[in-house]
Design a protein around this ligand. Structure first.
Ligand SMILES: Cc1cc2nc3c(=O)[nH]c(=O)nc-3n(C[C@H](O)[C@H](O)[C@H](O)COP(=O)(O)O)c2cc1C
Length: 323
């Protein structure tokens, strides 16, 4: 593994287009696909510090990455400062990503019932302990990902509470805890967070087109954005957004280019995870072909494949049909 010396959030060209963390999605193959499409920085799936503390092999596997993914930010979650301290030291020494991110926004039941994710954001005293434990056990840049509000705690309250802990970046999911994953993002609170936070701020939530990305950047004054569901089956959103921000227009990828991406992604999944990689690839295939002509039929055919080769052949036949 290459060690990215001196990665700093501030040195990334702005506006920063980041791949936001998504459990079950932002694994090593998808991160490579997104880097190739133009993501400036990519986040891992959230990784349990408690799983790592107890030497879970499943947790260990999530750390695998290639140099191509750098700068890679490993996101960790949990609620026990001692586990965070252990994880920060382990990841810094053994994994060597570009940065470490702490999850303070996950609303999933199994996560919050342990006091982690969003619930850590509203427990200011514990969150401070966690952030300090990480900061004291790593030389890597530390960042956080929050919601705009969890209960009565806003991102602004949170930033006040942890202002003495050196943090380089903040990704703020512009929705409150109670909004979960739907509804508009809170532009005003993100704007206030940009004013308050000394480091890099990335806005996140509800950005599915280059136009929406540009609007959020200009309305909030953020240094960049974190893209999540907008890139499912559409990693080329990174390419289009960059084109749009530079030239005010963007092109739709050719059918054959999308097919090339799917084929490559599938191959990487098989190489990385064997037969199970093809099963995991099914959800991506569904997203990729969602808007293709005859999508339902095509999806059914693809879902029955068990190797990269079978999938590549079906896609090739379709490329000939659709040109
Ligand atoms: C399938 C899925 C998995 C996610 N996993 C994580 C995660 O591991 N860590 C995290 O901080 N956020 C996670 N999120 C939240 C996203 O990073 C993002 O904040 C959220 O989806 C809002 O952005 P969007 O509206 O662009 O999708 C996940 C979201 C989805 C849809």
């Amino acid at each position: 593994m290459i060690k990215i010396n001196k990665f700093t959030w501030e040195n990334l060209p702005q506006p920063i287009l980041a791949l936001a963390p998504m459990a079950g999605v932002t694994d090593s193959p998808f991160r490579r696909i997104c880097r190739e499409a133009g993501a400036d920085v990519v986040y891992s799936e959230m990784i349990s510090v408690t799983g790592l503390f107890h030497h879970s092999p499943k947790t260990q596997r999530l750390f695998r990455f290639t140099d191509q993914e750098q700068p890679l930010i490993i996101q960790i979650f949990g609620a026990v400062p001692e586990h965070f301290a252990y994880a920060a030291k382990y990841i810094t020494e053994q994994v060597q990503p570009a940065g470490l991110d702490i999850n303070l926004g996950c609303p999933v039941k199994d996560v919050i019932k342990t006091g982690a994710g969003s619930y850590l954001m509203k427990n200011l005293a514990l969150a401070k302990e966690v952030l300090s434990a990480v900061r004291e056990n790593t030389s890597l840049p530390v960042s956080i990902k929050t919601r705009t509000e969890v209960g009565r705690v806003t991102v602004l309250d949170f930033l006040d509470a942890v202002k003495n802990v050196p943090l380089q970046a903040l990704m703020v999911h512009g929705r409150s805890f109670s909004q979960k994953f739907s509804g508009a993002i809170n532009i005003e609170l993100i704007k206030e967070a940009v004013k308050k936070f000394k480091g890099v701020v990335l806005a996140n939530g509800n950005m599915n087109t280059p136009e929406q990305i540009q609007a959020v950047l200009s309305q909030t004054g953020c240094h960049g954005v974190g893209l999540a569901r907008g890139v499912l089956g559409k990693p080329y959103l990174f390419t289009q957004a960059r084109e749009f921000l530079a030239k005010g227009r963007y092109t739709k990828p050719l059918f054959s280019e999308v097919v090339e991406t799917i084929t490559k992604h599938t191959q990487l999944m098989q190489e990385e995870k064997g037969a199970h990689g093809i099963i995991e690839m099914r959800k991506h295939l569904g997203w990729y072909v969602h808007d293709f002509p005859g999508a339902r039929n095509l999806r059914n055919q693809l879902y029955h494949c068990s190797t990269y080769k079978e999938i590549a052949e079906i896609l090739l036949e379709n490329s000939r049909r659709f040109g």
